[in-house]
Design a protein around this ligand. Sequence first.
Ligand SMILES: Cc1cc2nc3c(=O)[nH]c(=O)nc-3n(C[C@H](O)[C@H](O)[C@H](O)COP(=O)(O)OP(=O)(O)OC[C@H]3O[C@@H](n4cnc5c(N)ncnc54)[C@H](O)[C@@H]3O)c2cc1C
Length: 371
Amino acid sequence: MTFMTPERAALAETVRDFTANRITPNLADWEALGEIPLDLHKQAAALGLLGVGYPEQVGGSGGDLADVIVVTESVLAAGGSGGVIAGLFTHGIAIPHIIDSGDEDLIDNWVRPVLAGEKIACLAVTEPGGGSDVANLRTRADESGDSWVINGAKTYITSGARADVAVVAARIHGKAGAPGVGLFAVPTDQPGYQVTSRLQKMGWHCSDTAELGLVDARASLITEDGFASLARHFATERLSLGVSGYATAARCVDLTRQWITARETFGRPLSARQVVRHTFVEMNRRTDVARSYIRGMSQGDEVTVLDAIYAKQTGVNCAAYVTDRAVQLLGGMGYVSDGEVERHYRDARILGIGGGADEVMADLASKLLGL
Ligand SMILES: Cc1cc2nc3c(=O)[nH]c(=O)nc-3n(C[C@H](O)[C@H](O)[C@H](O)COP(=O)(O)OP(=O)(O)OC[C@H]3O[C@@H](n4cnc5c(N)ncnc54)[C@H](O)[C@@H]3O)c2cc1C
């Protein structure tokens, strides 16, 4: 099956143009500001980009996982960044839970406006006490009449400072472990939703990351089976992080090619040195292998939990190697802060931590392999 159909090639071109015209020229300002503007969401929605991969019945643009992959690849290929993808497409980890609930009111209130670029949604699972051990989170939800109130704290929440709605994981009915995790829609325009800190980070500077306090925050139940919903959608999130990994690597390969053919040392271009050429080939090889492997997953049967873990590990390893070698071959230009490669190097570092740390992924894989 061909991955790059004429329709996907057209989508790729739309996303590249959008990135080159609307994102790349402003990226340095947004990195300094620590966030992207709501206007960018509106512009992306006007082109149908926020809705790629979501059914039209909930306000999406249709399309499948391969189309979502094309969007991520094309943002990075045109000079965008992992931070822009994290901030602009945060809804990808939040609204699938609301859509699955089938609750028309929640879908009307949150899913449609988010896909129309009018509102922003985030997912709040991680807590100051720990992120990897989701089953043991401590934030509590209690029934209060027809509604629920939530008390607790969350941290490292992407778009948490800009969001209109947070999909919050909280413990229900005092039940321990995974069966006690529910998911809730929490409107952020209430005193009970507090952004206690905007966190400064190594990378993803244009993506705001918040620490949150929830104090008697009013909430609507999305599902009492929150752990299962999170586990189901982790597969797509992990695969997407793998895509970000190889797409970041692919951009660094392009930038490195330009550099090693233009830059001369000791009277010859860098690409005239065998050691440089070999490094470049290895960067290219790892990127191609990760791309074909992960793209292939969007073409076959349903992505299994193990597939998604392998996709993440493959993309993370590819990005770690390629961004590091790109910095090396660009020398000082790879290290200075206004160089694009330096940003990719920093941005890629989160990929092995967020959405399931490398070790936690390997542990889960070993269980799935029956060990
Ligand atoms: C920029 C950024 C954006 C994020 N966005 C979101 C978001 O939108 N929503 C959200 O809910 N969370 C978000 N997170 C949180 C992210 O998912 C967590 O950081 C991640 O799950 C790890 O949790 P932790 O940081 O608490 O690390 P911990 O769970 O404390 O683990 C620390 C380290 O210990 C090691 N480790 C942990 N467990 C094991 C184990 N069993 N065996 C061996 N080693 C282990 C790993 O190396 C791990 O990195 C974000 C984080 C960052 C930095």
